[in-house]
Design a protein around this ligand. Structure first.
Ligand code: CU
Length: 183
């Protein structure tokens, strides 16, 4: 059956807006590619670190998942695209909790030198602080045992930022470029 444009237009006018909206959303979804699978990762080496970008905004991270290969060496570029200072703390929840507590305690310091914020080495993880507009490059080797324990995250613990949503999960990827089952 052929439907003329005029008939189609008349038909569309009779449909309730909700149906039209659903149809439009479905059409838009059909046009867009499915969420990209993890592009194959070539693990970084000492001689050729893999470039990993983490963009901090007010108040979120990009990408929404950070892929890492246990044991690889990366050149981590933390770009602060926000208007306030941010950081990228990489590690499991013990690490995240440690920095959250340490930085929370140092918030609103009394007049005087800025207090030095630190945590015990076993829960230090990796922490990169970037001022607004700054890019900080850090060469870092992901611990080989990183995927053996609890899940990892990239988080910001400038007071209040974690609560505003500045945390994304780490997905551990094998040397074959496929996500590891445990992550
Ligand atoms: Cu932040």
């Amino acid at each position: 059956m052929r439907v003329s444009l005029r008939t189609l237009a008349a038909l569309l006018r009779t449909l309730p807006p909700a149906v039209l909206l659903a149809a439009t959303v479905a059409a838009a979804a059909g046009c867009r590619a499915a969420p990209a699978a993890t592009p194959p990762i070539t693990p970084g080496t000492d001689a050729a670190p893999r470039e990993v970008n983490v963009i901090a905004r007010d108040f979120s991270f990009e990408p929404g998942i950070v892929d890492l290969v246990p044991g690889e060496t990366v050149m981590l570029h933390v770009v602060n695209a926000g208007l306030v200072v941010h950081e990228a703390v990489v590690g499991d929840m013990r690490v995240q909790d440690a920095w959250e507590a340490a930085e929370g305690a140092a918030a609103n310091p009394p007049p005087g030198p800025t207090p030095l914020v630190s945590v015990p080495p076993d829960v230090a993880g990796l922490r990169v602080v970037a001022e607004s507009g700054q890019r900080v490059d850090t060469r870092w080797t992901v611990p080989a045992s990183a995927a053996d324990g609890d899940p990892w995250f990239v988080g910001c613990h400038v007071p209040g930022h974690w609560q505003l949503g500045m945390v994304v999960p780490v997905r551990f990827v094998g040397r074959d470029g496929l996500p590891l089952a445990s992550s």
